[in-house]
Design a protein around this ligand. Structure first.
Ligand SMILES: *Cc1c(COP(=O)(O)O)cnc(C)c1O
Length: 233
C-alpha cells in the first residue's frame, strides 16, 4: 500500500531533520548534501506529496517508468536515473534526466554523447563504481572508472560530476562504511589527476538505512526511498 500524502510529508520532514543533524554532526556546511527522493514503484501521488513538502530531486530506476511521471510533476522537478541503463534507451534517458548516476562503460558514454550532441547543453553524469567487486552488480571497477575519467574528453556533451556506488546490502551501517570510504578515496584520487573539465565533486552514496554513515564519509547526494515513501508497493 502506498502511504497517504500527509504521511509522506511527515516522513519527508523527519528524514530532512535526520539529514541536517548528520551533516551538522559531521561538521559539514548545511545544504552540502542533496536529499534524492527515490520514487521507483511509488505512485505519482506520493511524488506529488513529497514535492509539496519540498522535494525537487527524484531518483528513478527505469527510463520508461520515469517518463510516465515526468509530465505529472511541475517543471522544476529534477530527475535522476539511478538504475542500470541500456544503450538503446540512452536517447530517451538523455531527454528526461537531469543526471545519470549509472554511467559504467564506454559504449554507454558514446550512446549518451550522441543523444545529447543532437540538442543543446551538457548532461550531468556520475560513474557507477562497484567498489565491493560484487558479481551481481553493475558498475565499473575502480580501474575502469579511472579509464572512463581519462577518456571523458571523447564525450564533450557529458559533464562528469563524480561517483556513485551501491554497496552490498548489510543491515549494520558500520559494515557499509568501508565501501563508502573506498568510493571517497577513489573520488579524491581521480580529482587529484586534475583532468581538464572534470570536477569530481559529487559522491552519490547512502540509502534509507545507512545515509547518516554515508554523510560522515563525505556523501554529497543520499538516495532515500523507503524512509520517505514507506515500503514500495
Ligand atoms: C531503491 C534504491 C535506493 C533507495 O533504497 P531505500 O533503501 O528504499 O532507501 C537507492 N539507490 C538505488 C540505486 C536504488 O535502486
Amino acid at each position: 500500500m502506498a502511504e497517504m500524502p500527509e504521511e509522506v510529508a511527515r516522513r519527508y520532514r523527519t528524514v530532512g531533520q535526520q539529514l541536517s543533524a548528520a551533516v551538522a554532526a559531521a561538521g559539514r556546511p548545511p545544504d552540502s548534501v542533496l536529499l534524492l527522493a527515490v520514487s521507483k514503484r511509488q505512485p505519482v501521488e506520493s511524488l506529488a506529496a513529497a514535492y509539496a513538502a519540498g522535494a525537487r530531486d527524484f531518483g528513478e530506476n527505469y527510463v520508461q517508468e520515469a517518463l510516465g511521471k515526468v509530465d505529472q510533476l511541475p517543471l522544476d522537478a529534477r530527475w535522476h536515473l539511478i538504475g542500470h541503463l541500456q544503450s538503446n534507451k540512452a536517447k530517451r534517458a538523455a531527454e528526461a534526466f537531469h543526471c545519470i548516476h549509472t554511467l559504467d562503460r564506454p559504449s554507454l558514454a558514446g550512446a549518451l554523447e550522441k543523444a545529447v550532441a543532437e540538442r543543446r547543453g551538457r548532461l550531468q553524469v556520475l560513474l557507477q563504481v562497484n567498489v565491493a567487486g560484487e558479481e551481481s552488480k553493475s558498475g565499473t571497477t575502480p580501474e575502469g572508472a579511472e579509464s572512463l575519467a581519462r577518456r571523458m574528453a571523447e564525450w564533450p556533451h557529458l559533464w562528469l560530476r563524480g561517483l556513485m556506488t551501491i554497496p552490498p546490502y548489510l543491515t549494520d551501517p558500520e559494515q557499509v562504511r568501508p565501501h563508502f570510504r573506498a568510493l571517497r578515496a577513489l573520488r579524491d584520487r581521480l580529482a587529484a589527476l586534475a583532468l581538464p573539465g572534470l570536477e569530481m565533486t559529487e559522491l552519490s552514496m547512502g540509502m534509507s538505512h545507512d545515509f547518516p554513515v554515508a554523510v560522515q564519509e563525505g556523501a554529497t547526494i543520499v538516495r532515500v526511498g523507503t524512509a520517505l515513501f514507506g515500503e514500495r508497493p
